[in-house]
Ligand binder design. Structure first.
Ligand code: GUN
Length: 283
């Protein structure tokens, strides 16, 4: 078997076209969606991510405000900026790019963002809403993974999903979203003995660890759907995921490539959350 690839670029194009329409409608009403992106310091990966987010906003007709701050910025100064953006009616979403320098406590900064503008879905109020199944913003990467499963028409009811990774940004919210769709969910992590025994049972595997080559073909049940959230560099410096692509492609039913899979979907769902925040504010 050769896996069908789930093309995150093509799906993003389609979803972004729909979002652009919703943005036009809001803009015509004088309610153009606006996203503030705050970057502290000069982490090279963060610079690339932030640039891609701002570019995607422009393409979808979303107003974006990019604030670059020096690595020496104090926590109090950042909190003051967030308070100002919370009160700014042109801004519907606030994103503070992580990681932050050591003098700033990330969770305290995230909690300062108004939950109505928490388009990253990292606020405790957003996490709590997801836990109990109330409306709120879902973290963009797991949300994008769910959209990919919807796109291939995969019905999660009664299926066994294995999530590898337990981060607050991907693993934990992914598990909750899969559970909400009636999957049976196993969360594996660095302390899980015999990972393969779990993954071999899975109808869906989400690999979100940050370790190149973690998931090999012998760990995948034939026909399983494999979503690769990893963003790593291989020995040659080439971008790769957590999945041994060439091997797993031979057994999986569906597989997401890296690059061009989950990555573009993460940005697409950030746009979706921003448009949704603007729609809620306009109501
Ligand atoms: N750093 C790495 N991924 C993310 C993300 O999705 N959002 C933010 N704010 N920072 C990140």
């Amino acid at each position: 078997m050769t896996a069908q690839l789930i093309d995150g670029v093509a799906l993003s194009r389609q979803l972004r076209a729909e979002l652009t329409q919703r943005t036009r409608t809001l803009t015509a009403l004088g309610q153009q969606p606006g996203l503030a992106v705050l970057l502290v310091g000069d982490d090279p990966a963060s610079q690339v991510y932030v640039r891609n987010k701002v570019k995607a906003c422009a393409e979808a007709g979303i107003h974006s405000l990019l604030e670059r701050h020096p690595a020496s910025l104090s926590e109090a100064e950042l909190l003051a900026r967030i308070n100002a953006l919370n009160a700014d009616p042109r801004i519907h979403g606030i994103l503070v790019q992580l990681p932050l320098p050591p003098q700033i406590e990330a969770q305290r900064v995230i909690e300062a963002i108004s939950p109505a503008k928490d388009v990253d879905g990292f606020h405790i109020a957003s996490a709590g809403a997801l836990l109990v199944g109330q409306p709120g913003f879902w973290p963009c990467t797991p949300y994008g993974c769910l959209k990919m499963l919807e796109h291939i028409g995969f019905d999660l009811r009664g299926k066994h999903a294995v999530v590898i990774g337990r981060s607050n940004i991907v693993g934990k919210p992914m598990a909750l979203l899969l559970l909400q769709r009636d999957a049976t969910v196993t969360v594996c992590h660095s302390r899980t003995p015999n990972l393969k025994a779990h993954t071999l049972q899975a109808d869906v595997i989400v690999a979100a660890v940050g370790k190149a080559g973690l998931l090999t073909r012998d760990m995948v049940k034939p026909g399983a759907v494999v979503l690769d959230v990893g963003m790593n560099r291989d020995a040659a410096g080439k971008l790769c995921g957590d999945v041994d692509f060439a091997g797993v492609q031979e057994v999986a039913g569906y597989l997401t490539p890296v690059p061009g899979g989950v990555g573009p979907m993460t940005i697409t769902m950030l746009l979706a959350n921003t448009v949704q925040a603007a729609e809620r504010a306009a109501d």
